[in-house]
Ligand binder design. Structure first.
Ligand code: MN
Length: 338
């Protein structure tokens, strides 16, 4: 089977390997589509602090169940499924309070253990979420990044009352945008790239800000009767934005962070207390994939246009090069496995 792995930082390997068999409690998935994520690039470049090498990467994948390990009752061969990459223990404090994505023994498929960039992947049955065969497996493979957006909007409590300012019109920003629009919120997207802002408009942004030429604070100041946006999401992962976010957010506002930079930033305690701001981190997703799938199946979410390119898995190197060299031309690049 075709397998794409990172042998060590900077060494992407595309080769043929023997098929894998599911162990007890596991299912094998014949992978059809798998999306390339920024975190895959980080593993390739040795900048993901959690990755263990060598590693078969890929955590955004969908396919068809092809084999069952011992003790599987909830799935059958032929079922269409999408993987939830979050493996949690179910017994530690965060698991007990419903926050399995920050489990004390967290394992992420494609990061801590081998992932979905291979013709057949093996996952615990709890990590294979059934989807209707009517849903394209390309769209199903978008469920994981959409669940990341669902998670941050749950953490920030997004409703139709909100004005959401999203920094960054890349993959994270565009998924958050679609999800926030689905909740009925007004959405404003800021980015330094004019083409990306055109794309944000196409995905439903009510207003866009070119932060290279415009002051984000000035543009959003009139929102909510002059209070500013009630939710600010950093979809760009830039630590220095937090200071601005605290300054421009409305009283009772929420700020959602998804970046993983270790760099510190200066935030005024006064802004946080005066306005009772809530700062939240959001990592992966806490079992939002089943809900995302209902939204995809009902048509409440129509993210098909996010798939900007599809490469044969054997051409993975070209796909990675494109993501790296022309981020402005890509939103979600997928690999097709035969
Ligand atoms: Mn991802």
């Amino acid at each position: 089977m075709v397998t794409i792995s990172v042998r060590e930082p900077h060494h992407l390997l595309v080769n043929e390997r023997d098929a894998v068999e599911p162990g007890p409690g596991e299912v094998a998935i014949r992978v059809h589509r798998a999306g390339i994520c920024g975190s895959d690039m980080h593993i390739l470049h040795g900048t993901n602090p959690f990755a263990v090498y060598p590693r078969v990467i890929g955590h955004e994948f969908a396919g068809v169940v092809s084999a069952l390990g011992a003790g599987i009752s909830s799935l059958a061969i032929g079922d269409h499924v999408v993987a939830d990459p979050v493996i949690s223990c179910g017994t530690c404090y965060p698991c007990r309070v419903g926050r399995s994505n920050v489990c004390a023994k967290l394992q992420v498929i494609g990061v801590h253990r081998d992932g979905g960039f291979r013709s057949t992947a093996v996952v615990p049955q709890a990590n294979a979420v059934k989807v209707s065969p009517k849903l394209g497996l390309d769209v199903a493979a978008l469920a994981e990044p959409l669940a990341v957006a669902a998670n941050v909007l749950w953490r920030t409590g997004c409703t139709g009352e909100d004005v959401v300012l999203i920094y960054g019109a890349g993959t994270v920003g565009i998924t958050v945008l679609q999800m926030a629009k689905m909740h009925g919120a007004r959405c404003i997207v800021a980015d330094i790239d004019a083409d990306r802002l055109v794309r944000a408009r196409e995905f439903g942004a009510d207003a866009v800000i070119n932060s290279r030429t415009q002051s984000v604070g000035d543009v959003v100041a009139p929102e909510l009767d002059g209070l500013g946006p009630s939710i600010v999401i950093d979809g760009a992962g830039i630590p220095s934005l937090l200071e601005e976010a605290c300054r421009i957010a409305a009283p009772a506002g929420r700020i959602g962070l998804l970046g993983f930079s270790p760099a510190p930033c200066n935030v005024s305690q006064q802004e946080i207390v005066r306005k009772e701001l809530t700062l939240v981190g959001s990592r992966l997703n806490r079992r939002f994939i089943p809900e995302v799938i209902t939204w995809l199946e009902s048509g409440a979410l129509r993210p098909q246009a996010m798939i900007t390119q599809t490469f044969n898995a054997r051409d993975a190197r070209s796909a990675f090069d494109l993501v790296e060299q022309h981020p402005e031309r890509t939103l979600k690049v997928q690999l097709a496995f035969e």
